[in-house]
Design a protein around this ligand. Structure first.
Ligand code: ZN
Length: 309
């Protein structure tokens, strides 16, 4: 069993409209945009990152807004919901806040004893805010008070037809089963970061998910540094997973592999972080381009929709 993985690093999803996406995460949810860059493989598309002040691993929601993307269809073989952590007692305040912004799909429930506010993002993305005791210092954008501000990720839900192989994989990665209901099993990495929870939701009869705007593209797990990442890569290869070589993503190093259930996993390093090319006070303000796309700057600046901030 691996000991190098700490919990979630980031979650990356697809969207349609960059401006709407930016407004939702910064004004409604109160996160900080910590990086404005472009997709490495499609530089005419933004890659937007939202998180806490520094974009700490375990807080960072990222988006590729493809202007002409069709909407995704929820189903099995994907991360079906992304959950953020909020202070105990703040669910009602969030319910009220989301309603004032006319956010869709607001409902509440309790899972494993924790109150949740469920809601949809601009493209139907499934989110939850989960009450938990979480000591992380929040970013308080959009007029969100510190008493209710999002602390970072709480968890992600993987929705699958059959959980057996994914359970094995998660346990190999260091997750332990801590609770379960009829069709949901909760896993936690003991001693991990504050985003160390994953829920497996088994729905044998559901259709396969179709990826599009509002879908999670992949989830990334955090490791401290490149040495730990190489250890994880070797171990996954030994277990028979097809893992990509290490890819430099400017703000972290990434490896990817697809789980048997169809979900794309990444393992990302905590180093070097989002302040490697702009200081913490100004994170997310300037358009940052990967060096191989820097020569396209004039064209991209004319092409990319202004975010309106
Ligand atoms: Zn990623």
């Amino acid at each position: 069993m691996l000991k190098q993985i700490n919990g979630l690093h980031h979650v990356t999803s697809l969207a349609r409209d960059a401006r709407e996406n930016n407004a939702f995460f910064t004004n409604v949810l109160g996160l900080r945009r910590v990086k404005k860059t472009v997709n490495f493989d499609a530089p005419d598309v933004y890659h937007l990152y939202y998180g806490d002040e520094a974009g700490s691993p375990g807080t960072v929601m990222t988006y590729f807004p493809f202007p002409n993307a069709g909407r995704g269809r929820a189903g099995v073989g994907e991360v079906g919901r992304t959950s953020f952590s909020i202070p105990t007692g703040s669910a009602q305040a969030w319910q009220d806040r989301l309603a004032t912004f006319d956010v869709k799909g607001i409902t509440t429930d309790t899972r494993f004893g924790q109150a949740r506010v469920l809601f949809n993002g601009p493209d139907g993305d499934a989110f939850a805010l989960v009450e938990s005791d979480d000591e992380r210092t929040p970013w308080t954008g959009g007029g969100v008070s510190e008493a209710m501000a999002i602390r970072g990720f709480h968890s992600a839900d993987m929705r699958l037809r059959d959980g057996a192989i994914s359970t094995e994989l998660l346990q190999f990665m260091g997750y332990e089963k801590v609770d379960s209901t009829d069709n949901i099993t909760r896993f936690i990495i003991p001693g991990g970061n504050d985003a160390n929870t994953l829920d497996l939701e088994i729905t044998p009869d559901a259709p396969r998910a179709e990826q599009g705007a509002g879908s999670v593209h992949h989830i990334a797990f955090a490791v401290e540094n490149r040495a730990r990442q190489l250890e994880v890569r070797e171990a996954l290869l030994d277990t028979g997973y097809h893992v990509t070589p290490v890819i430099d993503r400017d703000y972290f190093y990434a490896i990817y592999f697809r789980t048997p259930g169809g979900v794309l996993f990444e393992v990302a390093t905590n180093e070097p972080g989002f302040d490697r090319d702009e200081d913490t006070a100004h994170l997310g303000q300037a358009l940052k381009l990967p060096s191989q796309h820097e020569h396209l700057r004039a064209r991209l600046e004319g092409l990319l929709e202004p975010l309106g901030d």
